[in-house]
Every structure is written in C-alpha cells, then in structure tokens.
Design a protein around this ligand. Structure first.
Ligand SMILES: NC(=O)c1ccc[n+]([C@@H]2O[C@H](COP(=O)([O-])OP(=O)(O)OC[C@H]3O[C@@H](n4cnc5c(N)ncnc54)[C@H](OP(=O)(O)O)[C@@H]3O)[C@@H](O)[C@H]2O)c1
Length: 367
C-alpha cells in the first residue's frame, strides 16, 4: 500500500534491483517480468555497447526510464561494485552455461566462482541491499551417487559430488562443478558478510524465449522435436520447468521475507519415452524413433519441489505447455517449422495444454 502523509497519498518508489547476465535467456525474461511488475532494473551485460546483447532489453515496452544497462564482467575484480551500489536487491544470473569448454577451469569454473566472489563482495559494500537471489542449478544437486539418495528423490539437502565429477568427468562436468562450487561459495560469503541470500535451482528451463537464437536449454528440451540425437542422452530422464514459472519463482523468493536457503525450481519430470509419447499426442505428424534403447538405462529419480510449494509458490505450466509454447516461439522466430509439418502449415496440436495442472510434486533431475 502507498504510504500517506496527512491526507496525501505518497506513491512508494518501486525497488531498484540489479540483474546480472541480463542478456541471457533467463536474464532477459527476468528483466522483462521485473519491469512489468513495476520494478526499476539495473541490468548488467558484458558490453553495453553491443547491440546484439542489448537490443532485446532496450526494446522491452517498459524499459524507457526504468531500465539502466551497465557493464558487468564476472572475472573483473570490483567489476560489479557500481552495478549493485544503491540497489535494493540483486538477482545473480550470469554464468558460463556451455557444456564444452576449451579450458574447463579458465572458461567455466573460474568465472563462475570468481564472479560469485566479486558479486558478493560488491554486495557487502552496498548497505541498501535487502536480499540476493542467486540462480544456481539442479546441476548443483543432481550429480551424486543415486543409490545414496533415499527413494531417488533429490531435495535441497543434496549436493553434487564435486570429487566424483572431477574423477568420472561426465559430459558437462565443468558446468556441474562450477554451479556447485559457486553456490557453496555464495553461502559461505553471505554468512561472512551477513547478507541475506536465497538460491533457486532450476531444472531444464523450457518454453518461449526473447532471444533470436534457441537457448541451450531449449535445444536440449527440443532435441526430440529437432531430431538432434546427440542430446537425447541428456533428456533420457530429466526434469523441466517453464520459463514463466522459474522467473516468477525468482521474484517470489525476492518478495517473500520467510524465504531462506536453497529452493529447487522444477515442475515435471519425465523419461525420454514419456516425453516422446506426449509429443506424439501434441504433434501427431512428428517423426520419432521407435524406441530409445540407444540412450541406455533409465533410472527413475525425482526432484522434490515441495519446499518452494510449501512457501506458497504455485507452478502453472505442465510439460505440454512447455513444448507448445516453446515450439510456437521457435516457429514464430523462423528458427524451425512445426514438427511433422511443412513450413507453411500451422500448428494444430490435438491435446489441449492442461494449464495449471501441476505434477504430483515429483520433479526430475539434471540442469
Ligand atoms: N536455462 C536453464 O535450463 C538453466 C537451468 C538451471 C540453471 N540455469 C542458470 O540460469 C542462469 C542463466 O542461464 P541461461 O540459461 O539464461 O544461460 P545464458 O542464456 O547462456 O545466459 C548466461 C548469461 O551469463 C552471462 N555470462 C557468461 N559468462 C560471463 C562472464 N564471464 N561475465 C559476465 N557475464 C557472463 C552471459 O553473457 P553473454 O550474453 O555476454 O554471453 C549471459 O548473459 C545461469 O546461472 C544458469 O546456470 C539455467
């Protein structure tokens, strides 16, 4: 409610928040949603003069007067001091997200961890900051011995086994290690600097996107649709969350004083076979392999989203929604055609999306 002085109602000034990695998939949606909600946003990008990274942000309808773009480079010591100075809150999204790196330490682990140190140090010098929401990942939970996890249900107490990743080097290991070490470092420094830190751990983020290329997570999620067999291994058993839900969860955690610690952000889990069955219903003409024996053994396991739901957050989008909205977005941007259709035909899914039909609370694994 707006505060009043005498009989005069004084409009409260909306919070100013900093979003790092604002040119990325999650970053652009987060900036968009924050502006829509009335926030003022200071967004960091590596190069504010690069139109490829800034045009989407500058063109957001609410950007005028409420969006500032500033430089933010993870490896630059003190590089976020100006960006966070005077803000009410910080959403730290920036992180290398590729799965293949020339030098895993130099290109992935070091920027993620040193970047986290730089952000937290900058925040420690900014007395106005009420809360930091750190985008971690299910990758910081999921990569450990499955048999050690009761009922194969991962929750916020689970941490990826860094030693195991360094020893076995599963595909994507630098990213898994970077997310785990950077989240641990964030909690360590938040305690030392007495900062209020909450982390959100998304699974595979699926649905529409603002950028003009298919984001990496969508390339994984849509690999059945695009016939990209290399990625089928990643989705043999995986958990998904819609971009709308995960962005709302970030803001919900910022706005909910009772939030504390880690929160898994995941809605649905599915095996590749279950995903393929759904896709066949959504897009009857889609061409899919007759079996998925080539992806190897599929051990069921789940991501438990109950901590976030108990805090009052509701997921709104099921897997059908994620596929339909994601494919529609790709087609509208001219990045693909509808599954099984020629370019000039339109999407005619024969299964209505069950918007609002939440999963049974079991949620998947991975990213
Ligand atoms: N998408 C998912 O499914 C998913 C799932 C779990 C967690 N996450 C987490 O969500 C966050 C955003 O991911 P995303 O999917 O939006 O990935 P993205 O599109 O690749 O965005 C990553 C952002 O980080 C920035 N960045 C990378 N290295 C940087 C550096 N050295 N200095 C400054 N900025 C740097 C990128 O800047 P440039 O644009 O200049 O490259 C980009 O803006 C990440 O923390 C990721 O780990 C994502």
């Amino acid at each position: 409610m707006a505060p009043s002085i005498g009989s005069e109602v004084v409009a409260s000034i909306p919070d100013l928040v900093c979003v790092t990695g604002a040119s990325g998939h999650l970053g652009t949606w987060l900036v968009k949603r924050l502006l829509e909600k009335g926030y003022r946003v200071r967004a960091t990008v590596r190069d504010p003069d690069d139109p490829k990274k800034t045009t989407v942000l500058k063109n957001l309808p609410e950007a005028e007067g409420r969006l500032q773009l500033v430089k933010g480079q993870l490896l630059e010591e003190g590089g976020f001091d100006d960006a966070v100075y005077g803000v009410d809150g910080v959403f730290h999204c920036a992180c290398p997200t590729e799965f293949s790196f020339e030098d895993p330490y130099r290109d992935c682990i070091e920027p993620a961890v040193r970047g986290t140190v730089n952000i937290l140090k900058a925040c420690s010098k900014a007395p106005t900051i009420k809360r930091i929401v750190f985008t971690s990942s299910a990758a910081a939970v999921r990569f450990t011995q499955l048999e050690d996890i009761p009922e194969q249900r991962f929750d916020e107490n689970c941490w990826t086994d860094v030693d195991m990743c360094l020893r076995d080097k599963p595909h994507g290991w630098p990213y898994f290690v970077s997310k785990t070490l950077s989240e641990l470092k964030a909690f360590e420094l938040a305690k030392e600097y007495k900062l209020d830190l909450v982390t959100i751990l998304p699974t595979l983020v699926t649905g529409p996107f603002l950028l003009n290329k298919i984001p990496n997570s969508m390339a994984d999620a849509l690999s059945l649709v695009t016939g990209d067999v290399f990625h089928h291994n990643f989705i043999r058993r995986i958990s998904y969350v819609h971009i709308d839900d995960i962005i709302d969860a970030h803001i919900f955690l910022y706005e909910t004083p009772a939030a504390e610690g880690r929160y898994i952000g995941s809605c649905v889990d599915a095996s590749i076979t279950e995903a393929a069955e759904l896709l066949k219903k959504l897009f009857p003409k889609i061409q899919l392999p007759s079996n998925f024996d080539y992806v190897g053994e599929i051990v069921p396991h789940y991501m438990d989203n109950s901590k976030l739901r108990k805090l009052g957050f509701e997921f709104k989008h099921d897997l059908a929604d994620m596929y339909l909205s994601g494919v529609k977005c790709c087609v509208e941007k001219g990045l693909m055609t509808y599954p099984g259709e020629s370019q000039d035909q339109s999407l005619t899914p024969n299964v209505a999306s069950q918007n609002g039909a939440e999963s049974d609370g079991l949620v998947g694994n991975h990213l």
